[in-house]
Design a protein around this ligand. Sequence first.
Ligand code: SAH
Length: 506
Amino acid sequence: MTSEGANGTGGVVYLVGCGPGDRGLVTERAVELVASADAILYDRLVPRSLLALAPPQCELVYVGKLPGRPTLPQEEINAELVARGRAGQRVVRLKGGDPFVFGRGGEEAEALAAAGVPFEVVPGVTAGIAAPAYAGIPVTHRAEASAVAFVTAHEDPRKGESALDWRALARFPGTLVFYMGVSRLAAVSERLRAEGRSPDEPCAVVADGTRATQRTVTGTLATIAERVVAAGLQPPAVLVVGAVCALRDRLAWAERRPLHGAVVVVTRARPQQSALARRLRALGAEVVEAPAIRIRPLPTPPELATIERFGLVCLTSPNGARLLVDGLLAQGRDARALARTQIAAIGPGTAAALAERGLRADIVAERFVAEGLVEALSDVEVADRDVLIARAAEARDTLVEALAARGARVTVAPLYETVHEPLPDYARDDLERATYITFTASSTVRSFLAGGGTVPQGARVVSIGPITTAALREAGIAVDVEASRHDIDGLVEALVADARARRAVA
Ligand code: SAH
């Protein structure tokens, strides 16, 4: 039996860990639950791109710390979870790391159990393992450490009664990992030495672990505190004490990736977002998805019913390609309707979307702009032929005009429109950390601005090509980097080259 319906209302509360920050460390179960939640109560350290997956009608409730405002008392969070569960909601309580590791998930589960509200727990990757791992420090090692202890040191160890047995910790035969405020560091290292831990023991502090902004400082129990202050590390951070820290010299990997340190805003229509975001993340960047526009499919255009009469069909975006085939399928037909039609695609992305649906483009433009497609079609006889251009409702007429001028009978079939979306609140604080912002189409520039988006201070502006650059300039935005190949690969290449050049200067 599942827990659903056990209280007669169908309400379930899920205590979900979502890892230490890297979006890739969120479990599949967490994604699935977020995507079907009625309400999400979330903390400060949860990846914002995860929240972007919540259904449109889902309530997003921030219950974490805010500057100048006291944290919501735990009892109030417990009461809120119980009330919503009783009201029949599917509630996701999202927490950084693992919900049962210093996350007060235990208390929330107790409150739910006492109230008879069904709940489930979804473990997450805890910061005490993940941050060291991304810094090149294995918390256990066959030769160096056969045990590991996770310790919370948010309280001041010099203050009165400590919940911790410091003497036992100092003697612990293995790695110590402290979850702690950076300001506690001096007191913790002092206390461990006072209780007999060697001042020469290797130590590391990993701040902002697993994120692009991760920074690591190493030293010994005697030197770590002052080094961390000198480096200006900010929370959240973990302190690792143990011989395993010395392995970092050889094993550090995350901080060496080409886009480590880059926080990149991706402004795209949602359905196309993931490819660029995935590429950037694989290179070590942190991606902030700011969905500026959304694709809204239009009713299937009547031209699709007689698509056989067109000698040439032009597709100007991956969305157009998908919606064209989906439109045929919706009419009870399939790709065979295009058996005798030539197909032209504006670029490799569009060709790939066609291939996904079982169609091969006869002509693929090399330059990812309407002019590129016009060029690619220059050898194709179009005079007196019926040509269908399947595309967005609002688009430039370059292609239509160029083909009409060559004597083609051109019909435009609008398959979708792009709708402006204001930036969600949760995206705003991440935007402030951005070091790059990318634009992949002139329409995205306009809707990003229309949705209230502004270029974050200090972020470098990256454009996919000249038309997008012109749209940015028109809006008074200076472009720092323009891709020389006008597709996703070209944009990523340009961004990596810029990041490398800037690192070399720094
Ligand atoms: N439940 C969380 C821990 C919550 S307590 C987990 O399992 O990870 C919060 C503490 O976790 C912070 O003070 C810090 O010590 C640590 N922490 C959380 N995220 C971190 C990160 N990305 N890098 C380093 N430490 C982190």
